[in-house]
Each structure stands twice: as structure tokens, then as C-alpha cells.
Design a protein around this ligand. Structure first.
Ligand SMILES: Nc1nc2c(ncn2[C@@H]2O[C@H](COP(=O)(O)OP(=O)(O)OP(=O)(O)O)[C@@H](O)[C@H]2O)c(=O)[nH]1
Ligand SMILES: [Zn+2]
Length: 368
């Protein structure tokens, strides 16, 4: 069938990009049907197929071949499935290569990447215009956004509580040159028009920000109704009772898709070397002018960064956040090296790119 003509797949974001991506997969994968993951449970998924919502599990072979947590499907992924005849169930054979991915490194004894949202076009970074306003937090969410490949957009909510929002916007612009900043008041219903640029048919948007900044309020306001109720397709279960389908990817009336996963709500620290360099590009630029190439920016011995802090050209707080983030990333990197060393000693046969967190450009699991 022509997947580009299917109204459901199209509504969930299937387009020529994905059609081309699929054409690069092998024939066994091409024979399957595409579907998008709309919710994730511990051992199963809800997916949107060309004939509506199904529950799904991965095949035994998929499980066998999966080397790490990030190989498994995640909300927002396009998966290739076999639909079981006369049932609202499917089995997942493969994940199409992710266009963007929000990756969280779970720091435990073993570092495992966790995909908390796939194929986002935009990441809305939400911060409130009250005493919770925190430009350092925005900086860190930006690292995550740049690293994921999604385009960041800063939304300053609760604008009704603030007399001079422009002051706050300037602070954001200082740490995030070029990143759009918008004011929102869900209370007064202000600021929706500016979001029209992002909320377009087939575009997927993630929402992140600390607890209480107004994410749920924002999402419900954008949807026009409480989201879980909007999308909660009521289905009869075996006993004939009604249950509401759990969702983490929602289709709004204007055609945009919004992702609201528990993991994305409160991002921890990110494995995010690339994103970090991008978020602190100004400091990296200064660092290039330090006298010593391995300058740690601790003493002012020819250190261009310290010099900039002393002269006021660089905000001391921004510099301290830079150092703090650097230390945490270094700590995670050490842990990762230690754990991948352990794994390779244990198995002796190395699986490709095991410790690499960036998404592969090939489908995670290929049928033979
Ligand atoms: N004054 C004002 N209050 C708002 C606005 N948006 C949200 N709030 C309030 O802020 C509080 C927190 O809002 P939520 O939407 O629950 O925040 P959240 O970010 O979803 O919080 P978590 O669910 O903990 O992640 C609620 O009491 C909202 O009514 C706004 O635009 N103006
Ligand atoms: Zn230096």
C-alpha cells in the first residue's frame, strides 16, 4: 500500500522523509507496515497504525538482538510492524533510524542510554516568569535540545505574574542567542498566535521544564481541552468496561503532535557533548584564546575565560554553570568508560557502538 496516502499515518507525521528512509531498508522491513509509537509501558507499546491504534510488543528476535536500552522503541519512534489479523495488536520488528532523539543517560552502576522521546521537531523549554525563573535551568535544557537535534524554543509562562517580561527575555537571549523566546499566559489566554509557527500539521513538539512551571496547563490550553480526555479513545476491555487509552503523543486539532512523557518532564543531566559545546559556544570561543591549550580556566595565567569574567564580559554565573556542567559530564564519561570496559571484558564479543549514544543511521534491527 502507499503509505503516503494513508490519512492516519500522515496525521501522525509520516511524510516523504520517512518514505525515503524506509526505501533504504531491506525488503523484509519494507514488507512490514509503519506505525508510530504513541505510548510506552514497561513491556509493551501503544502504536498508531494505518488502521488505528494497536497495542504492540517487540518480537523475540528483536529482544535477542537488542544490545542496549536505546535500541528499543520509544515514544515518537516510527516502527515497522506486522499487524495481527482481526486484532488490535501488532508485533514490532524494527525501529526506523531516528531523525532526532532526546537521550538521557541514566547514571547508575551501569550507564544506559534511555531515549525519552524520538523524532521531535521542536523542544519547548518552559520556564515561569515568577520566582521560579531560572536562566541556568534554561541553559541546561538547551544543552539537551541541541544534542537531540530538535530545535529549541523557550516559552516563558505565567506572563500575567510579571510586569517586565522583557527583562527576563533579555536574560534568556544572552544565554541562548538566536533561540526564539515567547511569552505565554495560559491564565489570560495570551501568546498562542506566536506558537502557530511551530504547531503545524505533522510537526512533533516536546515539552520540558521543571515541575510547576505550567506544562500541563500549557498543553491543555493548546489542545483546548484536557489532553488525556481529548485523546483517550474509550475502548471496551474484555469485561466490557471502559478504559481510557494511555497516551504520551497527542494529536491536536490543528494537526500538530505534542509529546508529554514522564521522562521529558524532568530532564536530568544529559550526555550531551555536542549540545554542551553549542550551548556554551561563547565560552568555547574564549577558551580557544587561552594561552595553554589544556587550560582548565582555574587561574588567570593567560586564561582568556577568567579574563572575560574579570572584565565583566562574561557573566560569572554562566561561567560557573559551564564548569559545573563540564564536571558532571566528565563524571558520567568516566562511569561510562568503566561500565563499557566491564561489559567488553564480560562478553568478549563486542557489539558495535555499544557505548555510543547517538542514534544509528541504520535501522536498529535488521531482519536477515
Ligand atoms: N498565573 C498563572 N498561573 C499559571 C499559568 N499557567 C499555569 N499556572 C499555574 O501554575 C501551577 C502549575 O501548573 P502545571 O500546569 O500543573 O505545571 P506543570 O509544569 O505541569 O507541573 P508538573 O505536572 O509538576 O510537571 C498551577 O497552579 C497552574 O494553575 C499562567 O499562565 N498564569
Ligand atoms: Zn582558560
Amino acid at each position: 500500500m502507499n503509505t503516503l496516502q494513508n490519512a492516519i499515518l500522515q496525521a501522525y507525521g509520516w511524510n516523504t522523509y520517512w518514505d525515503t528512509a524506509l526505501s533504504h531498508q531491506n525488503e523484509n522491513i519494507q514488507r512490514l507496515s509503519p506505525a508510530r509509537v504513541v505510548a510506552q509501558f514497561s513491556h509493551s507499546y501503544n502504536i498508531m497504525t494505518e488502521s488505528g491504534e494497536h497495542s504492540a510488543i517487540v518480537t523475540g528476535k528483536f529482544e535477542f538482538l537488542a544490545a542496549k536500552r536505546g535500541d528499543y522503541p520509544s515514544v515518537g519512534d516510527w516502527v515497522m510492524v506486522e499487524r495481527l489479523p482481526n486484532e488490535n495488536r501488532s508485533v514490532i520488528h524494527a525501529v526506523l533510524p531516528r531523525r532526532t532523539a532526546m537521550v538521557r543517560k541514566a547514571a547508575g552502576n551501569v550507564i544506559e542510554d534511555q531515549i525519552i522521546g524520538a523524532n521531535l521537531d521542536y523542544l519547548f523549554i518552559v520556564n515561569a516568569l515568577n520566582q521560579d525563573f531560572n536562566v541556568r535551568k534554561i541553559e541546561r535544557f538547551l544543552v539537551a535540545a541541541w544534542d537531540s537535534g530538535a530545535q529549541p524554543v523557550v516559552l516563558l509562562t505565567k506572563a500575567d505574574l510579571c510586569d517586565e517580561p522583557e527583562n527576563f527575555a533579555r536574560q534568556v537571549e544572552n544565554v541562548a542567542p538566536g533561540v526564539p523566546v515567547h511569552f505565554i499566559s495560559a491564565l489570560l489566554g495570551q501568546g498562542k498566535e506566536a506558537l502557530g509557527d511551530y504547531l503545524r500539521a505533522g510537526i512533533t513538539i516536546g515539552v520540558t521544564g521543571s515541575s510547576g512551571v505550567g506544562k500541563s496547563t500549557l498543553l491543555n490550553w493548546l489542545a483546548g481541552k484536557p489532553l488525556q480526555e481529548v485523546q483517550g479513545i474509550r475502548e471496551a476491555d474484555a469485561r466490557g468496561r471502559h478504559t481510557t487509552t494511555h497516551r504520551e503523543l497527542f494529536l491536536l486539532e490543528n494537526g500538530a503532535l505534542v509529546m508529554d512523557t514522564p521522562g521529558m518532564r524532568e530532564l536530568q543531566l544529559w550526555e550531551a557533548q555536542d549540545g554542551w559545546e553549542h550551548a556554551f559556544a561563547d565560552i568555547e570561543e574564549l577558551a580557544a584564546q587561552c594561552r595553554y591549550r589544556d587550560c582548565k580556566h582555574d587561574t588567570d595565567q593567560g586564561c582568556a575565560v577568567i579574563e572575560a569574567v574579570n572584565s565583566g564580559a562574561l557573566d560569572a554565573k554562566r561561567f560557573s554553570n559551564y564548569k559545573k556542567t563540564a564536571r558532571e559530564l566528565a563524571h558520567l564519561a568516566r562511569k561510562e568508560n568503566a561500565s563499557s570496559l566491564k561489559t567488553s571484558q564480560k562478553t568478549q564479543r563486542s557489539k558495535p557502538n555499544k557505548s555510543k549514544l547517538r542514534p544509528n543511521k541504520k535501522a536498529y534491527l535488521q531482519e536477515d
